[in-house]
Design a protein around this ligand. Structure first.
Ligand SMILES: Nc1ccn([C@H]2C[C@H](O)[C@@H](COP(=O)(O)OP(=O)(O)OP(=O)(O)O)O2)c(=O)n1
Length: 120
């Protein structure tokens, strides 16, 4: 792995991957970080993320009116989902960044821009 730094700028998937690997190793939790366990943990966190929006009705973009604590909580749950996804990909030997870029390309082929959408 190269270029794993913790600067003020953007955060790389490689950095998160290393952080999660170190976290598990330092605690001797590697045996528990199996694909199935990580998948179930991630789905659990998706549930916690869903609870934040549950019963709120439609929420406008940017979350106007939300308290700082609510936004911080949202950031925590989004992060839990991302971290487990990164770890799951790593454990499965999938380069998540590469796979996602490939998928973006596939999506563009599957859903071409139509003429009447270009000015949107
Ligand atoms: N075996 C574990 C347990 C936790 N974590 C890490 C990944 C997640 O980012 C976070 C999840 O921790 P919790 O299970 O304590 O979940 P929450 O932080 O959501 O706490 P709570 O469920 O109490 O709200 O910790 C991990 O990598 N491996």
């Amino acid at each position: 792995m190269s270029g794993v730094t913790e600067g003020e700028g953007s955060v790389s998937l490689d950095l998160l991957k290393k952080k999660m690997a170190d976290f598990a190793k330092e605690r001797n939790w590697e045996p528990f970080h199996t694909p199935r366990n990580l998948l179930l943990a991630m789905v659990g966190e998706v549930g916690e993320l869903s609870e934040i929006f549950q019963w709120k009705g439609e929420v406008p973009r940017g979350l106007p009116g939300w308290k700082n604590e609510e936004k911080e909580h949202l950031g925590e749950e989004l992060s839990d989902v991302l971290l487990y996804l990164v770890r799951l990909s790593d454990i499965c030997g999938i380069d998540l960044g590469k796979a996602a870029l490939r998928k973006v390309k596939l999506n563009a082929v599957k859903y071409p821009i139509l003429c009447n959408q270009k000015e949107f």
